[in-house]
Design a binder for this molecule. Structure first.
Ligand code: ADP
Ligand code: ZN
Ligand code: ZN
Length: 807
């Protein structure tokens, strides 16, 4: 038996599969998608088995043998293996990089393999020579047996097949899987309620436990029930004795949501537009074909409810679903909506989870213990094998593009998987990306429009305040008169306020008022950010720190101080302006601790705060009925970022934030403060007019030859020596011009928007093209040509075939 293995050596010379002999000890177990340990040159490395076959074109006498299996079950499915090839081709990354990026981080760590008796009672059923191992200790380690004899491993594998033994991976880390007691009903919900009525008089606590089980509809953790209902262990024992419920010890997944119960929610009767949307999706599900939908639905139009019901339909077909939401809106509120509808069928993949937790969630998907995966970008690789639906909420979000290799966009991966499984892919947004909306207009995607809010709740009124006028009329504070008045009014009425501060470009920097000197990082060409807490100036790219200067290093003036304002400063001003207001601040500083995010939000929901002040992380997913005012402190900071998408991003963000106000009965109001109030991306937010925005922005994109009219690819070159960067980028630009077709435009070499980071100079070439079949090949050539140069020296070339960060 021969296995083709992609080895974990990141170099273009090794970017293919190598053949290895499979020792007989592994023959019955080895499968494509497993990781193995193999000799490679003088080293031992990991690799992925991509094929298992019976012959090789190479001299099989000379083949080396696989040394050990890392996985017990394939880490990747057959489909994901092919997807990895597709991914490496599309994004120009190495195959090993693509393969590794599909696994949760914990899987990249090494682990031990533990062999256990499934049921201790069955010890005698084992072959005699194996019995002693399991008599002495419950757990036997694979590595131990390997050392003793290979035959033992073969025999153990036989018993795994027969079901007497189980092999489990144990991640080499401090975190181990916990066990916990759960109780679950043995009767139907109806019967439980009857029993609850019976015992109510004499044993009210027992009744409560029964009712709780009916509410939750799934096994609940015992410690949690005891605490939540304040009942004694005896009450629970009594119920077990009566045979109404049972108690089991189960492995506790480190799911942070496991200790919480979720009430169950029923599908809502749909509004007309929701019903139409659902109808289209269900129709495609029934036909079992692939189609990409773009659901353009304004904030509060009930898109999420449509997703939930469409997923429900797919699950009833016996299929599985992936839901992507941007990391930032993977809020407890969002997760709760899915958990309430689908209970324990949901796995949540969230970057805030620890490695072990992520591994647990991922394993539930692989082992088909769940049918719905909700997560951020990388959840698109959830190892389901019968996908029925993929949903990408807020499809315009830049976080769906990965900014390290493999530089993929989750939308492209979703559509590729949708084609494989012949299932619908649903892109949803109130402000679709220009690319997606243009495709919908050309009927490449099917457009579904939802332009009315649920129950016809009106969209909030938006007022745009010209901050230049405020300054002229003598108001030097960061709050305009209009916003201040509006805030006072809400405080009086006991309604809630969301204040949004755009983090990007709005941090504090140190400037000399006399000569204009700005503190800059000595290694990167950007200004340092002032951190009030420890009086330092820090570089956000390389972490460089210095203490705040008291005198200007240029002109010795003492008038050197910080400008701009972070959330901390806004909070201080706010306290002065409205001393009676209770402010909850949400930014990277206050949400660093695990669970802090959730705590702050639920405090706000409970009315423990009047004003929620925050950055991007509060722009999405908030749905609280008492929020009637949204204030945007500086709408235009994002407009000035050197990026052709800056208007689009501004419009999207402002629309999202505005959508937080007045989502229920009480009407909402939005106050947007701006220094460029006439810019169309700000004006059109006022009219809630996506279509006009689309037209204006498309015109600009056409004029300046940007997506969606042209495709863009970016070649970034960096090195510590400036001359080296310039000469190599020039060579690359020349090669590109010679090799690509005449219609294709090659810009460059030019310096990058940030010309230096961590002492490395940065240059780039931008390629704009409409149709360039040779592109992948030409770009691969560049990588190949410079490969040796790149490993030998510090030259670095990064190619992005669909760039979102143009810095
Ligand atoms: P979107 O995702 O488009 O912003 P949501 O799905 O969050 O909208 O819906 C907005 C609000 O309306 C939510 O509070 C949701 O529970 C509620 N809602 C959605 N659909 C219905 C419906 N058919 N009937 C009543 N309420 C609904
Ligand atoms: Zn100065
Ligand atoms: Zn720096």
């Amino acid at each position: 038996m021969i296995a083709s293995v992609v080895v974990d050596v990141a170099a273009s010379q090794t970017n293919r599969a190598f053949d290895y002999l499979v020792p007989s000890v592994f023959e019955s177990q080895i499968e494509p998608g497993m990781r193995v340990i193999i000799p490679f040159g003088p080293r031992k490395v990991q690799g992925f088995v991509v094929h298992v076959k019976t012959h090789t074109e190479h001299d099989s006498q000379k083949l080396k043998a696989i040394e050990d299996l890392v996985d017990i079950k394939p880490a990747l499915t057959g489909e994901l293996l092919s997807l990895a090839s597709w991914l490496s081709e599309k994004t120009l990354c190495l195959q090993i990089t693509a393969l590794k990026s599909m696994l949760p981080a914990a899987m990249r760590a090494s682990y031990h393999k533990k062999i256990e008796l499934k049921d201790e009672k069955n010890l005698e059923l084992l072959p005699e020579h194996l019995q002693p191992f399991f008599k002495e200790s419950k757990v036997v380690w694979w590595e131990q047996l390997m050392k003793q004899s290979e035959q033992l491993i073969v025999d153990v594998q036989k018993e795994v097949k027969s079901g007497l033994l189980v092999i489990e991976p144990v991640v080499k880390s401090k975190e181990t899987r916990k066990k916990t007691n759960v109780i679950s009903p043995l009767l139907s919900g109806e019967d439980l309620l009857k029993k609850a009525d019976q015992v109510e008089r004499r044993a009210p606590k027992q009744g409560e436990v029964l009712r709780h089980l009916v509410d939750i509809k799934q096994p609940v953790a015992l410690p949690r029930v005891l605490e939540l209902l304040d009942v004694s262990r005896e009450s629970v024992k009594a119920l077990i004795k009566k045979g109404w419920i049972e108690q089991n010890e189960v492995e506790q997944y480190r799911d942070p949501y496991v200790d919480r119960e979720f009430a169950s929610s029923e599908p809502l009767p749909l509004m007309e537009q929701q019903a139409l949307a659902l109808h289209d999706l269900v129709e495609t599900l029934e036909k079992g074909i692939h189609e990409t939908f773009l659901v353009h639905g304004i904030t509060g139009s009930g898109k999420t409810e449509v997703y939930l019901q469409a997923i429900d339909y797919a699950l009833k077909q016996g299929k599985e679903a992936i839901v992507l939401v941007p990391e930032i809106s993977l809020t407890p509120q969002m997760v709760t909506r899915f958990k309430e509808r689908f209970g324990s069928d949901v796995a949540v993949l969230h970057s805030a989870l620890s490695k072990g937790e992520k591994y647990d969630e991922w394993r539930k998907i692989r082992d088909k213990e769940v049918t719905v995966a909700v997560g951020a970008r990388s959840a698109i690789f959830a190892p389901f094998e019968n996908l029925g639906m993929i949903i990408i909420d807020e499809e315009h979000e830049a976080s769906y593009k990965q900014e390290e290799t493999p530089r993929y966009h989750a939308r492209d991966v979703a559509i590729e998987r949708g084609k494989t499984y012949q299932c619908p892919v649903v892109l949803g947004s109130a402000t679709p990306s220009l690319e997606s909306f243009a495709r919908a207009k050309k009927k490449v995607y099917r457009l579904i429009t939802m332009d009315r809010r649920v129950n016809d709740v009106t969209l909030p009124t938006v007022e745009i305040v010209d901050m230049r006028n405020e300054l002229r009329s003598g108001n030097r504070s960061m709050f305009s008169t209009a916003l201040t008045e509006a805030m006072k009014e809400r405080l009086e009425k006991n309604e809630q306020i969301v204040l949004f501060l755009n983090r990007r470009g709005y941090s504090t920097f140190i400037m000399c008022r006399d000569c204009g000197y700005v503190s800059q990082c000595p290694h990167c060409d950007i200004s340092l950010t002032y951190h009030r807490s420890n009086q330092t100036c820090q570089c956000h790219y390389c972490g460089y720190q210095e203490t705040k200067p008291n005198r200007c290093p240029e002109c010795e003036s003492e008038h050197i101080r910080f400008f701009g304002s972070g959330t901390q400063r806004v909070e201080e001003e706010l306290v002065k302006l409205l001393p009676e207001a209770k402010v909850i601040r949400m930014d990277v500083d206050t949400t660093r601790r695990k669970g802090a995010h959730e705590k702050l939000l639920s405090a706000f929901e409970k009315g423990e705060g009047d004003i929620l002040l925050g950055t991007q992380m509060i722009a999405k997913g908030l749905d609280f009925p008492n929020i009637t005012l949204v204030g945007v402190l500086a709408a235009d900071t994002m407009l000035h970022i050197p990026d052709f998408r800056s208007s689009e991003k501004t419009f999207q963000l402002l629309t999202q934030v505005s959508g937080r106000a007045g989502r229920h009965e009480k009407p909402g109001e939005v106050v947007v403060q701006s220094y460029t109030p006439d810019h169309f991306s700000i004006q059109l937010v006022k009219e809630h007019d996506f279509h006009s925005f689309f037209q204006r922005e498309m015109y600009f994109r056409k004029q300046s030859e940007y997506p969606p009219y042209y495709f863009v690819a970016l070649v970034n070159v960096s090195a510590t020596e400036l001359t080296k960067v310039v000469s190599n980028t020039e060579k690359i630009a020349r090669f590109l011009r010679e090799s690509l077709s005449e219609e294709t435009v090659v810009h460059g070499p030019t310096t990058s928007a940030i010309p230096r980071i961590k002492d490395r100079y940065r240059y780039q070439c931008m390629i704009k093209y409409k149709n360039e079949p040779k592109l992948t090949h030409v770009l691969q050539e560049i990588l190949k040509t410079y490969q040796t140069e790149m490993t030998r020296t510090d030259l670095n070339i990064i190619i992005d075939t669909n760039p979102y960060m143009l810095m």
